[in-house]
Design a protein around this ligand. Structure first.
Ligand code: MSP
Length: 640
C-alpha cells in the first residue's frame, strides 16, 4: 500500500474558481501531502469539465466559440491553484486528446459487452442540469434545482444498462463500509439504491448538441457530459494499459461535495463494473460552504474569491481556517470574522507566540544555539507524552479526512508548550543560573516546535518549511519518518543556530468591504457574533477602566511572580493592586509609569495581600508590556 491517488471533481468552466472549488482542491492537496509525508508515492489529479450544453450557453453569452471560451476559463483554474500552494500531478481537461480517446475505448468496451443499447425515450429535460427528470422527481412540475420548467423531449438515444449493476453495487457498498464515507453519505446512497433507478441515457443527438465526444459506434451522437467526465479519473492514469493505472488505481480516492454524490457513488461504479474495471478504493464526501450562512451565489454578490482571502489574510491562515472550521461531511459557514478570529487566536496567539517567545529566549540565553538537553524531570516527561499522543491522534485523524479534529489535537500540544513555558519560567532559571535545567527546558520547547512545524506541512506547506528553517532544520521529504515522530524525540541537533526572531502570523484586522454590508449581511454578522459568545455592549460598559500613575511598587513576600503596585487613581489614597509582573519588572522600573487599571473589580486577597483592581498588560515575545496611553493624562482619567 505504498501509493495513494486523490482526485477532485473536474470543475465546470462556466464559473470562476471560488471558495467551494478552492476548499475541495486544498483538501485534496493537504491529504496528498500527508501521504507524501508518510513516504508514499502519490498522484493528485484535478482539472476541468468542458463539454455539454452549459458550456455552449456560457460561450454564446460571451460571444465566443466553445473552444475559445473553455481555453480561457480552464486556464483561470489552472493558474489559480499554484497561488494556493496546490501541487497537482496532472491538470486534466476533457478536451484533451488522450481523454477523448480513453472515453471512446471505454464506451466501445461497454458497448461490446452488450451493456449499451439504442432506444427511444421521452422525458422532461432540464437544460440547467443537463439531464432528464421523471415526473416524480419534479416539484410542482419544476426542476428541483433550478425551479425552471423542463422541456418535454422525445428522442432516440443510447442507454447504459445501469439497472443490471445496481444490486451488485448495493452488495459491494454493504460489504465495504469504507467505500463511501462519511457514514451519512453511505446511508444516503444505500437509500437511493432502494429506488428503481433504471438505466442511464448516455448520448445526445448531434442535431441538438455537437460540443461533446462522439460515440465510437455512432457518429450522429455525442456522449452525455457525466459519462464523459467521470472517465477522466482513469484517463489520467493511462487506462487500460498505463503503468500508473496499475500503480495507483488500487488506492484511488475521489473527493467531492455532496452535490455530486449520485454520479460518483452510483453512475461511476456501475460504469466501472460494466467495463470490467476494478472499483475505486474510496469516495470521500464533504458538505457545502455557505457565506455568513447564506448560499453563495453570483446574484447575491457574495461569492468568495480564494485569492482575495489569501491577499487579505495570508495563505496559511486561509488554508488552516478551511481545514479547521469545517467538520468534514457537514456544511459550514464562511465569514471573514471567523477567519480573522482563528488567525488571531490559534495562529498569531498560540502558535506564532510560541515560536517568537522560544526563539527570543534561545537567542538571549544561548546565543541562538540549540542547547544540549540534560536529564528529564516529571514535567518534561509529561510534556513529551502529551506531545506523542497529540501527534498520534493527528496522524490517525488526518488520513481519515477528520482535519478539524486532527488540528485541534495538534493544538493541544501547541497550547501545552505555551503553558510549559509559563510553568518552567525559563527567565527565572536564567536569573538563578540554573543553566542545565534551562538547557533542557529550551531544548524540549524547540524540539516540540520542530515536530509541530513538520506536521503542519500538509496544511501550510511554505510556512511549515519556514518554521523548520527558523529552527535550523532543512525540510527533506525523503528523511521524514512520521511514525518515529510519535515515539522518539531528539531530532533537533544541539549546536545548530536558530533564527533571531520569528514573525510567522502577524495579527490581522478584519477588512470587510463596504459592498458586503447589506442589511441582511449585517443581521447575519450580528447573529454569528452572538453565537460566538461575544459580550453585549451593555456588559462591556460595566467595566470601569481608568488611567493611573504608579507611585510605589514592592515584591510580595514568598510570591515569585507578584508585585504589590500602588497606583494613583486621583482618589484620596493610592490603590494597591497585586499584579503578576515580578518576572518582568524590577519594582523601581514601574514608578512613574502610566497604567490602565480595571477600577471597579471586587477587591480580593492574593497571597494575603489585598488587591483593589487589575493592571492591564500584554504578554508578548517573552515580555510583559503594560497597557498605557500615548500622552500624559490626569490620574483617574476614565478610558472610554
Ligand atoms: N463538472 C462536475 C464534476 C464532474 S467530476 C467527474 C461539477 N463541477 S462543479 O464545477 O459544479 O464543481 C462541483 C464541486 O465544486 C463540488 O462537488 C465541490 O467539490 C465544489 N464546490 C462548489 N461549490 C461548493 C460549495 N459552496 N461548498 C463546497 N464545495 C463546493 O459538478
Amino acid at each position: 500500500m505504498n501509493t495513494f491517488f486523490i482526485s477532485t471533481p473536474i470543475y465546470y468552466v462556466n464559473a470562476k474558481p471560488h471558495l467551494g472549488h478552492a476548499y475541495t482542491t486544498i483538501v485534496a492537496d493537504s491529504v496528498n501531502r500527508f501521504h507524501k509525508l508518510q513516504g508514499k508515492e502519490t498522484y493528485f489529479l484535478t482539472g476541468t469539465d468542458e463539454h455539454g450544453d452549459k458550456i455552449v450557453q456560457a460561450a454564446e453569452k460571451n460571444k465566443q466559440t466553445p473552444k475559445e471560451y473553455v481555453d480561457i476559463i480552464s486556464k483561470l483554474f489552472k493558474d489559480t491553484w499554484p497561488g494556493l500552494e496546490i501541487e497537482y500531478n496532472r491538470f486534466i481537461r476533457t478536451t484533451d486528446p488522450d481523454h477523448i480517446a480513453c472515453v471512446q475505448t471505454f464506451l466501445q468496451r461497454v458497448y461490446d459487452n452488450g451493456d449499451i443499447y439504442f432506444g427511444e425515450y421521452g422525458g422532461f429535460y432540464c437544460f440547467g442540469c443537463e439531464r432528464f427528470y421523471t415526473e416524480k422527481e419534479l416539484q410542482d412540475g419544476l426542476c428541483p434545482d433550478h425551479q425552471t420548467k423542463p422541456e418535454f423531449i422525445q428522442e432516440k438515444n443510447y442507454f447504459f444498462r445501469m439497472s443490471k449493476y445496481l444490486k451488485p453495487l448495493r452488495e459491494y457498498i454493504e460489504s465495504h463500509p469504507d467505500f463511501i464515507q462519511p457514514e451519512r453519505y453511505r446511508n444516503e446512497v444505500l437509500g437511493l439504491l432502494k429506488e428503481d433507478l433504471g438505466d442511464l441515457c448516455i448520448s445526445r443527438p448531434k442535431s441538438r448538441l455537437t460540443w461533446g465526444i462522439e460515440l465510437p459506434f455512432d457518429k450522429n451522437f455525442v456522449t452525455y457530459v457525466w459519462f464523459d467526465a467521470l472517465i477522466n479519473y482513469i484517463t489520467a492514469l493511462g487506462w487500460p494499459d498505463g503503468e500508473n493505472f496499475q500503480k495507483f488505481w488500487p488506492n484511488a480516492h475521489h473527493l467531492v461535495a455532496k452535490d455530486i454524490l449520485k454520479p460518483h457513488a452510483i453512475f461511476w461504479p456501475t460504469m466501472l463494473m460494466a467495463a470490467g474495471v476494478d472499483l475505486y478504493k474510496g469516495l470521500r464526501v464533504h458538505g457545502y460552504w455557505t457565506v455568513n450562512e447564506t448560499k453563495m451565489s453570483k446574484s447575491l454578490g457574495n461569492v468568495v474569491s480564494p485569492m482575495s482571502m489569501k491577499d487579505k489574510y495570508g495563505l496559511s491562515a486561509f488554508r488552516y481556517f478551511l481545514l479547521r472550521e469545517m467538520q468534514f461531511g457537514l456544511d459550514a459557514s464562511f465569514s471573514e470574522e471567523a477567519l480573522v478570529g482563528r488567525l488571531n487566536a490559534d495562529l498569531a496567539n498560540d502558535l506564532g507566540n510560541l515560536f517568537s517567545r522560544v526563539l527570543t529566549m534561545t537567542n538571549k540565553y544561548f546565543a541562538g544555539e540549540v542547547p544540549e538537553p540534560g536529564s528529564l524531570e516529571k514535567i518534561d516527561e509529561d510534556a513529551l507524552e502529551l506531545g506523542f499522543n497529540a501527534l498520534k491522534n493527528y496522524q490517525d485523524l488526518f488520513p481519515k479526512f477528520q482535519f478539524s479534529k486532527a488540528l485541534s489535537s495538534l493544538w493541544e500540544l501547541v497550547r501545552h508548550l505555551n503553558k510549559y513555558i509559563d510553568t518552567c519560567a525559563p527567565w527565572s532559571l536564567y536569573k538563578n543560573k540554573e543553566t542545565e535545567r534551562l538547557k533542557t527546558v529550551i531544548y524540549i520547547l524547540l524540539e516540540g516546535m520542530r515536530k509541530i512545524g513538520l506536521h503542519l506541512w500538509p496544511v501550510m506547506p511554505s510556512t511549515s518549511i519556514k518554521m523548520l528553517s527558523q529552527l535550523g532544520v532543512d525540510f527533506d521529504l525523503q528523511k521524514v519518518n512520521l511514525d518515529q515522530e510519535t515515539k522518539q524525540w531528539g531530532g533537533l541537533k544541539p549546536g545548530i543556530k536558530v533564527a533571531k526572531k520569528s514573525n510567522l502570523f502577524p495579527r490581522r484586522e478584519l477588512k470587510l468591504e463596504k459592498s458586503c454590508e447589506t442589511k441582511t449581511e449585517a443581521q447575519k454578522v450580528r447573529k454569528s457574533q452572538k453565537e460566538k459568545n461575544y459580550i453585549e455592549f451593555e456588559d462591556f460598559v460595566k467595566v470601569e477602566l481608568k488611567v493611573g500613575k504608579v507611585v510605589k511598587a514592592q515584591k510580595v513576600p514568598k510570591a515569585d511572580k507578584l508585585l504589590q503596585v500602588f497606583v494613583d487613581l486621583g482618589e484620596n489614597e493610592p490603590r494597591q493592586v497585586v499584579a503578576g509582573l515580578a518576572e518582568y519588572y524590577e519594582p523601581d522600573e514601574l514608578i512613574g509609569k502610566q497604567v490602565v487599571v480595571v477600577a471597579n473589580l471586587k477587591p480580593r486577597k492574593l497571597r494575603g495581600v489585598l488587591s483593589q483592581g487589575m493592571i492591564l498588560a500584554v504578554q508578548a515575545k517573552g515580555k510583559m508590556e503594560l497597557l498605557t496611553v500615548s500622552g500624559e493624562v490626569k490620574p483617574g482619567s476614565k478610558v472610554s
